[in-house]
Design a protein around this ligand. Structure first.
Ligand code: SF4
Length: 471
C-alpha cells in the first residue's frame, strides 16, 4: 500500500492558489498507481502539521509542488512535517520513519531533469514546426524569475538551458531572468535568430507571465513581430508557463519512483488511521452530524448536506456526486470568500452531495481535513497538543516575530479568530471532554494553532491588525 502526498503553498486569501495541486492530484489519482493521493498545504488545510496523519498507509512519498528549491522546500516543509531535516535536499531525497510510517521527501518537481522535456513541449505548442526541415533558425529563451528571498531558481533555469542546447533543435539557447542579470529586457541584443520561442519557467499563469514578462519584452500576444531589432527582423513566440503543463503529472510520478528506489512492496495499512475511519463509517451508516453538516445513509449511498438545510427538498439544492464537486462547492463562504480554515463556521448552504461509500472518506477529507484522524485520536487520548510557545519558537522568516507576542496578544487574536471556529483549542489548555465521535457534532479538537492564527498574531505584533480583522 502506498500514499502520495503533494505539498502546495496554498493561501489564506486566494482560493485559486491550491488549484494546480488539486489538478495534478486528480490526474495522478486517475492513473491508479498509488492507493491514495493526498494534498497538503502551508497555508490551507490539511496543514503540513496534519497531512501525514491523513495518509492511510505506512509508505508515504511527499513531493513539494514547487518550481524551484528554496526556503519552502528546504526549511518550512521539512520543519513543519517534522522530518528532522533542514537545508538543501540531496538528489536521492530524505527518508525518515515517523510515527511508524516510512516517509520519503523528494526534491521539488521543478528541479527534475525531465523538466527539459516539458520546456520543449511548451516550445512546440508555441511553434509547431519547430525542428522541421527548411524552417528558419530558432532561438529558445528559458525565462526564470531569478533568485529571490524564497527561491534559488536560477540554477535550474541554467541547467535546463544547457540540456536543451544539446538537442540540436535550436540555433541558440539563452537563460534570461526577470529579477537578475541577464535580464529579459536584454533579449534583442543577446538573441540573434529570426525566430525566438520564449518559455516561462514559472509554476503558474499569473501576474508575471501575463503582465511583467510581456511588458519587459514588448510582446503584444502569442506571436509578436519585431521588424527593426539590432540583429534584423525577429518574431517572438510566447509559450505558456511550464508549471501548468499536464506532463508535470509524469514528472511527479518519475520523482516518486526515483524516491522509492528499490523500496520493495510498499507499506501496510496505518492501524490508527484505519480504526478512525472504521469508527467514522460505522457512525455514518447510522446517520450522523459532524461540524456543520449532516450525513444520511440513502439506499447504499450517503447524502451530505449543511445541517441547516435539513428538510429542504433535494431538488431545491445544488447536487454534486463527487468529492471534488463537494470540495469546489464548499471552498468559498456565502459571500464568495475563500475558506482556508474549513472548521470556521462559515460553510455555505444550498448544496447536497450524494456519494458512494468509497467516496465518502475523500469527501470528508475535502470538507473537514484531518478531523476524523484527530477527533478519533483525541477520543483515544492519543492526540498530543502543541502549546503556543512551541509553535511560535518554530517560526522562521517573516513569521519569526510572533515569538514576541505577549500571551495577552495571542489570546486577543485567538478570541477573535477562534471564536468563529468549531475547534476547541487544546493548545491553549481548553478542555474537550467529548468529540463528534460521541455524538457532539461541533466537538472537534484543535491540537495546534493553525497558520491562519499564526499569520493573524504576526499582524497583531506588527500593529497592522485592526479590530474586526478576524471573522
Ligand atoms: Fe480554529 Fe483557532 Fe485552531 Fe485555527 S487555531 S483551527 S482558528 S481553533
Amino acid at each position: 500500500m502506498r500514499s502520495l502526498v503533494l505539498i502546495g503553498h496554498g493561501s489564506h486569501l486566494n482560493g485559486e492558489s491550491a488549484g494546480a495541486v488539486y489538478r495534478y492530484a486528480e490526474l495522478i489519482r486517475e492513473r491508479g498507481l498509488f492507493d491514495e493521493v493526498v494534498e497538503g498545504y502551508w497555508k490551507e488545510e490539511p496543514s503540513l502539521r496534519q497531512v501525514l496523519k491523513t495518509t492511510a498507509s505506512t509508505d508515504v512519498t511527499v513531493i513539494p509542488m514547487f518550481i524551484s528549491e528554496g526556503y519552502f522546500t528546504e526549511t518550512v516543509i521539512p520543519r513543519e512535517m517534522g522530518l528532522g531535516h533542514q537545508g538543501p535536499v540531496p538528489p536521492e531525497g530524505v527518508a525518515r520513519v515517523l510515527g511508524g510510517k516510512t516517509v520519503r521527501y523528494t526534491l521539488p518537481y521543478g528541479v527534475h531533469s525531465s523538466m527539459a522535456d516539458v520546456i520543449l513541449e511548451r516550445a512546440r505548442e508555441a511553434l509547431p514546426d519547430l525542428g522541421d526541415e527548411g524552417t528558419p533558425p530558432t532561438a529558445l529563451v528559458v525565462l526564470g524569475h531569478g533568485t529571490t528571498r524564497n527561491e534559488n531558481s536560477n540554477r535550474v533555469v541554467y541547467e535546463n538551458a544547457e540540456r536543451l542546447r544539446h538537442t540540436g533543435l535550436f540555433a541558440e539557447v539563452e537563460a534570461l531572468f526577470l529579477d537578475e542579470e541577464p535580464k529579459v529586457g536584454l533579449w534583442p541584443e543577446r538573441v540573434h535568430a529570426p525566430r525566438v520561442v520564449v518559455v516561462p519557467f514559472f509554476a503558474s499563469e499569473g501576474w508575471h507571465t501575463l503582465e511583467t514578462i510581456p511588458e519587459d519584452m514588448g510582446l503584444t500576444g502569442a506571436v509578436t513581430e519585431f521588424p527593426e531589432n539590432p540583429h534584423g527582423p525577429q518574431t517572438v513566440y510566447y509559450a505558456r508557463p511550464v508549471g501548468t503543463h499536464a506532463r508535470i503529472a509524469e514528472v511527479i510520478l518519475q520523482l516518486a519512483e526515483e524516491a522509492r528506489g528499490t523500496g520493495g512492496r510498499g507499506g501496510d495499512e496505518d492501524r490508527l488511521h484505519a480504526q478512525a475511519w472504521s469508527a467514522f463509517m460505522t457512525m455514518a451508516r447510522r446517520g450522523m452530524r459532524v461540524g456543520e453538516v449532516m450525513i444520511t445513509p440513502q439506499l447504499g449511498m450517503f447524502e451530505v448536506r449543511h445541517a441547516l438545510d435539513e428538510g429542504i427538498p433535494g431538488g431545491d439544492l445544488t447536487t454534486t456526486v463527487t468529492p471534488e464537486g463537494l470540495r469546489d462547492q464548499t471552498r468559498r463562504d456565502e459571500g464568495g470568500h475563500h475558506r482556508p480554515v474549513h472548521t470556521l463556521r462559515n460553510m455555505p448552504r444550498g448544496w447536497r452531495a450524494v456519494l458512494s461509500e468509497a467516496d465518502l472518506p475523500r469527501a470528508m477529507h475535502a470538507l473537514y481535513p484531518a478531523i476524523v484522524e484527530e477527533g478519533y485520536a483525541h477520543q483515544q487520548h492519543a492526540l498530543r497538543a502543541t502549546p503556543w510557545a512551541t509553535t511560535a519558537r518554530r517560526q522562521t522568516g517573516i513569521y519569526a516575530k510572533v515569538q514576541k507576542a505577549t500571551p495577552q496578544q495571542v489570546e486577543n487574536v485567538a478570541e477573535d479568530v477562534c471564536s468563529g471556529c468549531l475547534r476547541t483549542r487544546l493548545w491553549a489548555s481548553e478542555q474537550l471532554a467529548h468529540t463528534f465521535f460521541d455524538g457532539v457534532p461541533g466537538a472537534i479538537p484543535c491540537a495546534e494553532a493553525c497558520t491562519y492564527l499564526v499569520a493573524e498574531v504576526r499582524e497583531e505584533v506588527s500593529g497592522k491588525r485592526g479590530s474586526g480583522s478576524g471573522h
